[in-house]
Ligand binder design. Structure first.
Ligand code: HMG
Ligand code: MG
Length: 295
């Protein structure tokens, strides 16, 4: 039975984190509020990371303080360490996301830690979050390819996933950070991981550099009953530590693909598209979304 997919909105975080110029906080707030009305159940609205490392996320506390939250929508944020968690708590986030990688070089460049060090850093973050009943997501970046180390073995990605689960994360998000994976790479990983990790705890996070993200998501959904997918409206974004990588798959393109196969996403794609109008003039790259051209 193919589950109805849940699309998790990444644009306010993954979409905006690699901007060179600062987008006014009020514009971000209006963007998130508009997205909230499009049927989404979860929006990653910011990141409590070092403002020196990722300047576009420096106003995340203000963003969280200012957004009018819609009942039923979870507003989450990235948290790399205890300092980030304290900020996230003061911002009253609904969910936190810790993030590490399957490749040492990427992790070092992204969060200045080995994989092992990052997991040690997360242990107190996750315990404290759990004590506060905050759900925790764990990202595993470069699960298929690393911009520095090339192809990553599924076993290496799985090892990090299992370690994160041992620490108590509620959900994993498996990242194709540079958008290079094919459906076969995804199948190889899921063939292995689903022996140990339930599909319900597995979200997939596809960037779309090589245009394979929709095919990857459909394969995971159709053949493996994965139901949770990260996506970014308009297809905006990229990762500051993965040079050349495009944004996440466009939320509306992915939703359209699922709906065309008979699934229900609960999203109003016209509203998703309209949410982008106010922010479009501040973006440095054109939208990659195909649907935006026809909606
Ligand atoms: P570090 O330099 O090793 O850490 O950075 P530190 O503890 O020595 O702190 C350095 C400075 O940052 C200090 O300030 C700290 O106070 C401050 P200073 O004394 O120099 O003025 N600091 C913080 N400030 C605010 N919030 C915090 C925080 N922590 C320290 N939480 C660190 C280590 C992890 C902090 C840094 O490398 C960092 O913030 N990295 C974030 C990188 C990032 O956000 N990358 C993009 C997101 S990941 C991604 O896009 C992939 C994903 O989408 C999945 C996929 O596609 O694969 C999730
Ligand atoms: Mg990403």
């Amino acid at each position: 039975m193919r589950p109805n997919p849940v699309l998790i909105e990444m644009a306010p975080r993954d979409g905006l984190q690699s901007q060179n110029s600062q987008i006014p906080t009020a514009v971000k707030v209006a963007f998130i509020e508009a997205l909230s009305k499009s049927g989404l159940s979860e929006i990653e609205a910011g990141a409590f990371v070092s403002p020196k490392a990722v300047p576009p996320m420096a106003d995340s506390l203000l963003v969280f303080q200012k957004i009018k939250r819609k009942k039923g929508v979870l507003y989450s944020a990235l948290v790399p360490n205890e300092k980030g968690l304290d900020l996230a708590i003061s911002a009253s986030v609904d969910k936190i996301a810790v993030f590490t990688a399957a490749s040492e070089t990427f992790n070092q460049k992204n969060i200045n830690a080995t994989i092992e060090e990052s997991l040690k850093r997360f242990a107190p973050v996750i315990s404290k979050a759990k004590a506060l009943r905050l759900p925790v997501r764990g990202y595993v970046s470069t699960a298929f390819f690393c911009p520095y180390e090339g192809k990553i073995k599924p076993e290496a990605a799985l090892k990090v996933c299992l370690e994160l689960l041992d620490l108590g994360v509620d959900e994993l998000s498996i990242g194709d950070t540079i958008g290079r994976a094919s459906p076969d790479d995804v199948r190889r990983f899921l063939d292995l991981s689903l022996k140990k990790i339930p599909a319900g705890k597995t979200a997939l996070h596809f960037h779309d550099t090589y245009g394979m993200a929709v095919a990857n998501a459909l394969a995971a959904w159709d053949e493996y009953e994965i139901s949770r997918f990260d996506a970014s409206s308009g297809g905006i974004g990229g990762c500051p530590y993965a040079p050349g990588a495009s944004g996440n798959v466009a939320l509306e393109d992915l939703a359209f693909a699922f709906e065309s196969c008979g699934a229900r996403t609960g999203l109003d794609l016209k509203k998703v598209n309209q949410s982008l109008d106010g922010i479009s003039q501040y973006l440095e790259k054109p939208f990659s979304s195909r649907l935006r051209k026809v909606l």
